[in-house]
Design a protein. Structure first.
Lengths: 255, 255, 255
């Protein structure tokens, strides 16, 4: 498995690639964490899109590695807490907006990655599920928290206890994805979403993400509250209001 | 902008009015807080309906005032924490059931007001969104908490990062509104909802609201738990059970 | 009213029965608590299905008993906290997956039972609501917490303040049920769900349930986190992974 990272100006595209419908191996989990830590400190980035090669998002963690990488209590716990969790945390903690672009299998670890993104655009072909009870294991705590950031507790029970695979329309109806489009229209839908994100001020996006994290983690401290107004004297804030009042489009500098 | 308040027996109707599709200015935010504090202490009220004039709910805060009222860190923070937040808190904290009746634009501060109500009845014409990133700012902490009382974190990300405008059917599907009806049927739908509320005991409604607030704010103290049974020896409780057993309609006195 | 309990190997079927569309009396609430405590300690059980006799799930608590069992502050509080709540807690705390099979009325205490189950399969005939404000009372704290484990706060407001009855499709759209099927297909749908649960390892299901409870109750302690990996060296975990890699179906022993 490999991870392809492409840069188009302020847009980064990350592609999951590899055998078994892009099953994610240890090296790729590490690479995801590393790349997203790099993205975090690059303020020229406006948006990141994660997708998968050859018609699938990702079919889950690479089970072919389990016998060597994940086979007793110590290695199982290490695998989930030191291999998978850091990648999910790096994606969820990324200061820039992150879009999952989902076709085909979005299963297990693939669904966990998608749940760690801000937005989930799916093709009608997409399939969602976590059928790991059939492999004899339950979901690791950090991964369950990632899932619960977009799935209701009732939906998490359904996915985990039944191991059901949901098609795109059921996943949409149950709140698991942002939007579902015809298979041929996914690229255009994601491009339009990126354009909408780019039409806003970068600092506003970052503060919104930080504040949403603080509130949903019950951690709205006085400092987090104050930081919610960090945009107030920024050039982009002045430009945004001035442009609105002058009925013209704003030009944001990111400052 | 002005706020029109009408009283029809136990029903109060509040209407947002003014230029720019009922954009809400500082005076109106203050008036909303003041009126809802007054409603809170009037136990003859059974239900409050908030709507907007001329085919729109409200297009948001009045940006024309920003240059004088909201232009540097101190005034921005004052505007959000001392002007907008008290109005949203007064609505959300109202002991009586509050219905938002929504046509046309329900944007920014308008959506925050709607999210602070108990129920949201929308016309097919309604449009929902918070495109403030295009104005160079992020959502204030108290307002984000109001939004998150009805929007899932995933929906809040979509609304804030993309600045997307949702039509009524998408808003309904994503849980943002209680019900959507054809444009010509909104008055009748709200009237029917008011009648259903009036068919219940007033004290039951108030205790339900208080208890929901305690539970959703992780504050179910022993006192809040005990207060959940305050109806037990009320005349209306005895009347409700007696009427049910006698197969007749109850007559509630509010005591 | 009576409670019928049948055992089919690893499957337990519980049926609510009685007059007034299976209204639930004090004896039945006690029997529910007792039976579910018994199920909890029986590790041969894989799944429990709760349904109702004669085309209804349950129409709520048995109001005919209120004058003798629930008539002043002390008895009202006792009824809710020592009669109903223990039954709901026993269902919600059951270590095995629990499915509600819902036809017809699923009202009041019936809806609270359904909300305490892991999965809710409903017939198109099902109707959901809590019209207790018309009886002059509000929802007890423990019961409201049960409802909020599947209903959003906005939906709880709608159900409690309006007392509206939702049909199956609206309940599904609002996230209150897992699946809705044609009336004649409910048995087959539940049988298929049971089969999917049985295709997973029992220990995985129990750990998933325990961990979901810890996370949703903000109680992911170090011990709860560690217990999330209790499956690691189980025979079923080894069998599940080995079977997957050998492309055969696993045979789980429950150990």
């Amino acid at each position: 498995m490999s991870l392809s990272v492409s840069r188009f100006g302020p847009l980064v595209e990350v592609e999951l690639r590899g055998p078994h419908h892009n099953a994610i191996n240890v090296a790729t989990w590490h690479a995801l964490a590393e790349e997203f830590h790099r993205f975090a400190s690059d303020d020229r980035i406006r948006c990141i899109v994660i997708g998968g090669a050859d018609g699938n998002f990702a079919a889950g963690a690479d089970i072919a590695e389990f016998n060597t990488q994940r086979h007793d209590l110590a290695s199982v716990r290490h695998y989930h807490e030191n291999v998978i969790a850091p990648a999910l945390f790096a994606i969820a903690g990324c200061p820039h907006p992150v879009i999952a672009k989902i076709e085909g299998f979005c299963i297990g670890g693939g669904l966990e990655i998608a749940a760690s993104c801000d937005l989930r655009y799916a093709s009608e072909s997409a399939q969602f599920g976590v059928p790991i009870a059939r492999l004899g294991f339950s979901m690791a705590p950090d991964e369950m928290q990632a899932l619960l950031s977009v799935a209701s507790p009732a939906l998490a029970r359904e996915l985990l206890l039944e191991g059901r695979i949901l098609d795109a329309s059921e996943a949409y109806l149950k709140g698991l994805v942002t939007s579902v489009v015809a298979a041929g229209e996914l690229d255009a839908a994601v491009t339009a979403a990126v354009a909408r994100i780019n039409a806003g001020a970068p600092l506003a996006a970052r503060i919104n993400k930080r504040l949403l994290h603080a509130i949903t983690h019950h951690n709205l401290t006085a400092a987090a509250r104050a930081a919610g107004f960090d945009y107030a004297e920024s050039a982009d804030h002045r430009e945004g209001v001035a442009a609105f009042l002058a009925r013209r489009s704003p030009t944001f500098s990111g400052s």
